[in-house]
Design a binder for this molecule. Structure first.
Ligand SMILES: *Cc1c(COP(=O)(O)O)cnc(C)c1O
Length: 766
């Protein structure tokens, strides 16, 4: 069905098509009422189903609420119960439901508006069209990553890396950048997290129905030989076949390889069973499929990238496959390496040594035998690329080193992380000096960001639009409109905060009751969930992977001192936690358990809660509802961190160690005439610690004590008093000014629109 042109009064402000000007409507109601007087053309249930399916198949809906509305309208209960999965809602909605919906003008209007908005977004002239397209008609960037977090209903991610990659793709779509993405399709996703009655982590592997995800089979199957070949005898090797699936993320196409084919050996089908699952050997073979198989898939699809972007070292073999190709064409090793470098961009994501994959050289040579043989690459040549010190026979191969040697453009994910990375990898560049610069060690940084439209609550979006007259989700690299946030009416802003905090409290209570019920706790425990948390209390959030360096339990360091802060009837403070640890990270699971136990502590009960199954939905609820976002990693182990960037667009404030992105984000006073007040708080200072790896146990305890003490002092002397210091109008004026300064100074820069445009100018087109 071609879209029929119908004249419909624009009653629902379309999200990105026509930003509403300074409207006088109520700021609390994000969903305007359906017009009654306007005639909306009839539609048959079959037509509606076809149109809904077309909408559902492009994940553009995941960051454009206008395209979610018809599904929410079709069956609000299902919409909630299916984790907001349009295809699931459609699958469960029978003919009667669709017929009834088609009778509703509200539903019909929502459908027409959604379709019109999608078409307009796909066809609009983008930033790329206007600024780069003419000079770079053949640009095509192939982005490689092991995980993509697009939406909670597409469970193909574990945490921050996937979220960053997903946000990258959405910004590429919004800005019109010619980018395709490559990854793997995991049939068990990452894992489903539940807490046992004792707070232990239960790891569940549900089988997901790909039919409920907007993923199509391209019909292309690639064949990738993984394992040794010696003299034509393929012993120990196998021909792995993988289907090439496609997921449309707005204008960005994502190609995912799926090795779950009947003709593959069971151990090869396991390659795409789960994300970060299995032994190092399996992990390495998975990475061969991602890198080498990914390049083969692009070729099979007729896509010739002008650049490849390796997002983290997992996809290093894509560059090796390219090298092999150049060598096969007769290039010398040195020339081929130069040609690969000129076409490769690499982003490194962790300053923690253990976070970099290392594999035995023998295993690597065995699994890559086919790739090496195709290009006549010798073991010595591979060693020279994959080892820090190629002559050290004992040194394993390192995926990061391989990337560093095969990419001319290398970047870290924040300024501080750039400094740490240059120190970490200077030997790869033959530098021994203590002090290094980006000239000696060519690792720069492109600071991470977030995709604002994905994370911004629609009510906050409407608020900025109507209260300050700017579109917070404008599709431009920078959004200077945010500066106007400082002008927001304090009372209206405080009302927004109350609304968002209230929603979080309701969300948390529902999740806590559900978990309590599942654990079979007695009814009093379940009922207690209904009164946990106070919608008016200062709410502090902490949600991220439970990696031990992030120190989730730090706030419990001195329980008596914390209890005094929390348990103050006049100035109550509450904490909402969420997070997942890797199934093999027992230290991380212990942190989760410690937090869980604290939620049961008599002096903290009902005021400290832990929500299980941290995902994008839980993340959205927390970052929008919390007044303060807490971040207390061991400096400088947080490469960037992005969860803290999601709070300021909601008027939330960061309280963070000066690690990751925060040294760039924190402004201690007076920014651009927005008033002499800081845009958040920092725990300690930048000189507290050098760049040494975790010290001995005693030193670690001393460090935790020092940081916890500083955090308590901040809470007692600044954060809590400022939140509760109310004027006669009941408004905490200073707090509001700080929060508006945070909104005015952070979201403009810390967005993936800015980040992706920076990658484009500095790496993709350079
Ligand atoms: C934003 C986000 C992250 C990243 O959190 P960090 O601050 O980088 O640790 C991880 N997981 C989810 C679900 C997120 O939304």
């Amino acid at each position: 069905m071609p879209p029929t042109k119908r004249v419909v009064k624009k009653s629902m402000p379309s999200k990105s098509v026509a930003p509403a000007p300074r409207a006088k409507t109520s700021t609390r109601n994000a969903t305007p009422k359906t017009p009654v007087a306007v005639q909306v053309a009839p539609i048959t249930p079959d037509e509606a189903r076809t149109q809904l399916r077309a909408l559902a198949m492009n994940l553009w809906w995941s960051w454009n609420e206008i395209a979610q509305r018809p599904f929410a309208a079709l069956d609000p209960v299902l919409w909630h119960a299916t984790k907001h999965s349009p295809l699931s809602v459609l699958a469960y909605s029978g003919p009667a439901t669709l017929s009834a919906a088609c009778e509703e003008p509200g539903f019909r209007t929502a459908l027409i508006n959604a379709r019109a908005a999608l078409t307009a977004a796909m066809e609009s002239k983008s930033w790329w069209d206007q600024t780069c397209a003419a000079q770079h008609p053949h640009a095509c960037i192939a982005y490689f990553c092991s995980e993509y977090a697009i939406h909670e209903s597409v469970q193909q991610y574990s945490g921050g890396l996937g979220v960053l990659a997903g946000d990258h793709l959405k910004s590429a779509s919004d800005l019109g950048i010619p980018l395709v993405a490559v990854g793997l399709y995991y049939r068990h996703g990452y894992y489903l997290q539940q807490f046992g009655a004792d707070g232990s982590t239960k790891v569940l592997y549900p089988v997901y129905d790909r039919g409920t995800m907007p993923i199509v089979d391209t019909g292309v199957v690639i064949e990738c030989l993984i394992g040794g070949t010696s003299g034509g005898n393929h012993s120990g090797s196998s021909l792995v076949r993988a289907k090439v699936l496609r997921m449309d993320v707005g204008r960005t196409k994502v190609y995912l390889l799926d090795a779950d084919l009947a003709e593959n050996r069971p151990e090869d089908r396991a390659l795409t069973e789960g994300l970060y699952k299995g032994e190092p050997h399996l992990r390495m073979r998975q990475q061969v499929l991602l890198g080498v198989g990914g390049m083969l898939a692009l070729r099979a699809l007729g896509i010739t990238p002008s650049k490849i972007h390796l997002n983290e070292g997992h996809a290093a073999f894509a560059a090796l496959e390219m090298l092999s190709e150049f060598r096969a064409k007769g290039m010398s090793h040195a020339d081929a390496v130069q040609s690969v470098r000129a076409r490769t961009v690499f982003t490194t994501h962790t300053p923690v040594a253990a976070g970099h994959d290392r594999y035995g050289m023998d295993m690597l040579c065995h699994e890559l035998a086919w790739v090496l043989a195709k290009g006549g690459i010798s073991r010595l040549e591979l060693e020279s690329l994959a080892r820090e010190h190629p002559e050290d026979a004992k040194e394993p191969a390192c995926m990061t080193v391989l990337c560093l040697r095969l990419a001319a453009k290398v970047n870290a994910v924040a300024k501080l992380h750039g400094e740490v990375s240059r120190q970490m990898w200077k030997s790869v560049y033959g530098v021994k000096r203590a002090k290094v610069s980006a000239t000696d060690v060519p690792i720069e940084h492109v600071t991470n960001g977030i995709h604002t439209a994905t994370w911004l609550d629609p009510r906050a979006k409407t608020f900025w639009n109507s209260a300050c007259g700017f579109d917070p989700c404008a599709n431009t690299p920078r959004n200077r409109g945010w500066k106007r946030a400082i002008n927001a009416d304090p009372a209206a802003f405080w009302q927004l905060r109350a609304t968002l905090r209230g929603s979080l409290v309701r969300f948390a209570r529902e999740r806590l009751a559900r978990a309590s019920q599942r654990r079979g706790e007695d009814p009093s425990g379940i009922n207690a969930s209904a009164t946990m948390l106070d919608p008016d209390a200062l709410t502090i959030g902490f949600a991220r992977r439970f990696a031990t360096y992030k120190r989730a339990p730090l706030i419990f360091h001195d329980l008596a001192r914390l209890a005094k802060i929390v348990d103050n009837a006049k100035r109550p403070v509450q904490f909402v936690f969420a997070g997942k640890a890797h199934p093999r990270d027992l230290g991380g699971q212990e942190h989760a358990q410690q937090v869980f136990e604290m939620t049961r502590h008599p002096s903290l009960r009902g005021k400290v809660v832990l929500i299980e199954e941290y995902d994008m939905e839980v993340g959205r609820a927390l970052v929008s509802g919390c007044d303060v976002w807490l971040n207390n990693p061991i400096r400088p182990h947080e490469a960037s961190g992005t969860s803290g960037m999601k709070a300021p667009p909601h008027g939330g404030l960061n309280c963070s160690i000066l690690d990751g992105w925060w040294p760039e984000g924190f402004k201690d006073s007076g920014v651009d005439g927005t008033g002499a007040i800081a845009n958040g708080w920092c725990i300690g200072s930048a000189v507290d610690e050098g760049f040494n790896e975790a010290d001995a146990h005693g030193a670690a305890v001393a460090r935790d004590t020092r940081d916890a003490t500083k955090l308590y002092a901040l809470l007692e002397k600044q954060i809590v008093p400022e939140f509760y210091d109310r004027g006669r109008d009941e408004l905490p004026r200073k707090w509001i000014k700080r929060a508006l300064t945070s909104a005015a100074t952070i979201p403009d820069f810390f967005s993936t629109h800015r980040m992706v445009s920076e990658y484009t100018q500095r790496c993709y087109l350079a």
